[in-house]
Ligand binder design. Structure first.
Ligand code: SAM
Length: 298
């Protein structure tokens, strides 16, 4: 079974926000495009959504937030996903501050890969960008190590490219090379002090040994002398939308067809997987690309 939306796009992944709570206050945060109503999705509902989605052909679930590690029951939730959908790959995006203590248990529960947000290796800059406390950057670095030791693979670092941290990209490439992690350079969504990712990509392209293009969002992945760098450019990118394979679940239990829209969500009112299956089919019918190219207004 493969879900296909009215624009011919296959749906293979679920991006589920499990809480809107967060321990950091990143200056640029898009809150996964959510306008939260304050409820938090129950573990039972989250598991039943994954159950229904897997029956409809979804192959991967990315857990996000807020900060997913704010949830004490995340290990149980992941074990629940694993039980109802054994073939589905489970990954997380986390700021990594609390990862050191939990990486092993998360991996044992069934988590297979991790994206860890890291916008700077400089403690002062890291604090300015993320609102972190003294010592948090060291915790994140320990969390990266714990993720690797626990066998999460791949571990990717998410760096949102800003004016303020652009100068750190060579150092971040070196850090990712020496630690065996993939660096994702992400274009800032929305208004804000965005770095010049286009020039950055041109420089990386000139130095790279080669690149390949991933199916999802047509992301380019460059290989540079042992380092791997992925470029994520969602803004005004028709390719990004044309190759979007994701359905979103908000932290308050709604199905959300697009990061950039809030007018076409569907509330999940029942924990019955059959009813959730019906809602998923309905929300897939509502999917439309946000950026459509030269002949549209976006
Ligand atoms: N707290 C978790 C974390 O830090 O990964 C999960 C939530 S966070 C919203 C998920 C990812 O979205 C992070 O890697 C973050 O850097 C990225 N992000 C947040 N706001 C963004 C924005 N305005 N533009 C681009 N990426 C953004």
């Amino acid at each position: 079974m493969v879900l296909i939306d009215p624009y011919g796009r296959k749906l293979t992944g679920l991006r589920m926000s499990v809480t809107s709570r967060c321990n950091l206050r990143c200056i640029y945060c898009h809150h996964e495009g959510e306008v939260s109503v304050g409820r938090e999705i129950s573990r039972e509902m989250a598991v039943n959504v994954v159950n229904a989605a897997s029956r409809l052909g979804i192959r991967s679930v990315k857990i996000t937030g807020g900060e997913p590690l704010m949830r004490r029951d995340l290990e149980e939730m992941i074990a629940g996903f694993r039980e109802v959908a054994p073939g589905v790959e489970i990954s997380i995006t986390t700021n990594g501050v609390y990862l050191k203590e939990r990486a092993e248990r998360l991996a044992a529960a069934g988590l297979s890969r991790a994206n860890i947000s890291l916008d700077s290796l400089d403690p002062d800059r890291y604090r300015r960008i993320t609102g972190a406390k003294e010592g948090d950057l060291e915790r994140v670095l320990d969390g990266i190590e714990a993720a690797l030791v626990s066998g999460l693979k791949p571990v990717k670092l998410n760096m949102v490219v800003l004016k303020e941290n652009e100068c750190e990209i060579p150092g971040m490439i070196e850090f990712s090379r020496s630690n065996g992690v993939i660096l994702q350079l992400i274009e800032l969504l929305g208004d804000g002090p965005k770095g010049d990712l286009e020039s950055v990509e041109r420089r990386i392209e000139a130095q790279a040994d080669g690149f390949l293009t991933r199916e999802m969002h047509r992301r380019r992945k460059y290989f540079l002398d042992g380092a791997v760098v992925e470029i994520v450019r969602p803004m005004d990118n028709t390719e990004f939308c044309a190759h979007c394979t994701r359905l979103r679940v908000t932290s308050d239990g709604r199905l959300k067809p697009c990061l950039l829209r809030n007018d076409n969500l569907l509330e999940i009112k029942s924990t019955d997987p059959d009813e959730i299956e019906r809602l998923i089919l309905e929300v897939v019918r509502r999917r439309e690309p946000f950026f459509r190219g030269a002949n549209s207004d976006r």
